[in-house]
Ligand binder design. Structure first.
Ligand code: F6P
Length: 455
């Protein structure tokens, strides 16, 4: 088996980051075959970008690169998160296109390629992740790298007409043709990418999931829905119930039911709409008023980007309004918390919640939806209310699926979830959990790597 090299903007360096499911899966893959994880160090330095740091853990090397403020602003805050992120989440209205940040994005990717190329061997398998690093394979190829290189896009692919609305779209997106395998979350993302290639990207579809670039190079595409470490989360959630944080939460609820949402504070998550949907629930279902408390955990994310700051202000205002209008002296309907919690504690929160609210306006997959289900008590599982615009909806038809723009629909789904009989809750949960056990994060990375290696 060839050595594996994983490349992503953030690197889960042991001991530093909280290891999420993706980090655990990639570390398992790296551990099995030996390899390297390469990416940004998470540090912003004065002076020049590009200093390398290396750390080892068994057979895994972690090699990271520092960025200076100007590079980070152009590459991460700028082009990645003010241009590509909104575009890929169908939000053309929020796209801020700027030639300087586009150049900075290219400059940082080229610097990554300069640092990474000398570390690669001819028979390596390289797996590059997400929209921060779209041109990296093309830049590595320019530096003489001929080994197998795959890409996985964690976020959605928008319609071809949105992609072509970005200035210079072809210059950027045609760099994807340098990969051997392009992995997407869902069949629909894969299809939308293929229609972009056909309509605006100058390429051709040769046979299903085999594409040809204008220069004749062929590459494959596929859909690989990302998942979670189901068994681990199941154990973690059960164990978390005895933690003080969970006991305190239960006591504070005073036997009321809990609805929970956990999302990065991001406009793609549909939080203002969800808050309004919850208020609509209180208005449309007055008989249920006071029986359910909604806890929204929303850690601040990308706080240097203006749109994220505005969203934070907006949510504070809506939360204040809802509680002002509906709270009672002994009950606060909405608890809105901007801090993060240890992952194990979150799984305990999920298990305590009768209703899981996952209503993004667009999401590549959404792992909170899957973690919510995996955390439930099999004897008394809660109900997932899930946006049909999240990738996860494709695999979770037993959730109560909603259109997050339809506030009445969200309101009624919350009411249905809160009163759903135990038999029906169990039935829906079983079907989803069985699928999650089969298609966990380890199956995901094995499927992807097998496809890359046979591409
Ligand atoms: O959803 C895309 C993604 O890159 C995730 O992989 C990651 O958890 C999240 O966004 C975090 O964003 P950031 O690295 O900007 O904090």
């Amino acid at each position: 088996m060839s050595r594996l090299v994983v490349v992503s903007n953030r690197v889960a360096i042991p001991g530093e980051n909280r290891a999420g499911g993706l980090a655990v899966a990639l570390q398992a893959a790296l551990g099995e075959r030996g390899g390297m994880w390469f990416g940004w160090s998470g540090r912003t330095v004065r002076g020049d970008s590009g200093e390398l740091h290396e750390q080892r853990d068994g057979d895994i090397r972690y090699v990271t690169v520092d960025l200076n403020r100007a590079d980070l602003d152009a590459y991460y805050n700028g082009f990645s998160n003010r241009t590509l992120w909104p575009l890929l989440h169908f939000r053309l209205d929020l796209v801020d296109y700027d030639r300087d940040t586009r150049l900075g994005y290219g400059r940082v990717n080229a610097m990554f390629a300069d640092r990474l190329a000398p570390l690669l061997r001819e028979d390596d398998t390289v797996w590059i992740h997400d929209y921060h690093l779209i041109p990296l394979a093309a830049l590595l190829r320019e530096r003489g790298i001929g080994c197998r290189i795959g890409f996985f896009l964690h976020v959605p692919v928008p319609s071809a007409d949105l992609m072509m609305a970005m200035p210079d779209h072809r210059r950027l997106f045609s760099t994807l043709y340098a990969y051997d395998l392009l992995g997407f979350q869902t069949r629909r993302d894969n299809d939308r990418f293929q229609s972009y290639v056909r309509l605006y990207g100058g390429g051709r579809i040769i046979e299903p999931d085999l594409l040809q670039a204008p220069d004749g190079r062929r590459f494959r595409t596929g859909n690989f829905p990302i998942s979670i470490d189901t068994a681990q989360i199941e154990r973690q959630a059960a164990a978390a119930m005895s933690k003080p944080a969970l006991r305190n939460l239960r006591t504070s609820l005073e036997r009321r039911m809990l609805a929970i949402g956990v999302d990065r504070l991001d406009y793609s998550k549909g939080l203002p709409e969800r808050f309004h949907g919850f208020e609509r629930y209180l208005q449309r279902h007055p008989d249920q008023k006071g029986s359910l408390t909604y806890l929204q955990i929303a850690p601040v994310s990308r706080g240097d980007v203006g749109e994220y700051q505005q969203l934070r202000n907006q949510l504070e205002q809506i939360a204040g309004h809802i509680n002002g209008a509906h709270a009672a002296p002994d009950w606060t309907p909405l608890r809105y918390v901007n801090r993060n919690f240890p992952h194990a504690t979150l799984t305990g929160f999920y298990r305590s919640a009768r209703v899981g609210l996952v209503t993004p306006l667009r999401d590549g997959m959404n792992l909170v939806a899957k973690e919510y289900v995996a955390s439930q008590d099999r004897e008394n599982p809660g109900v997932l209310v899930l946006s049909l615009l999240a990738g996860a909806a494709q695999e979770m038809p037993e959730a109560l699926q909603v259109n997050p723009h339809d506030l009445d629909g969200v309101a009624d789904a919350i009411a249905t979830a809160a009163t759903m009989p135990l038999d029906e809750r169990r039935e829906r949960w079983h079907a989803m959990m069985e699928r999650l056990r089969k298609r966990d994060i380890h199956a995901w990375r094995k499927n992807y790597l097998a496809a890359l290696e046979s591409a």
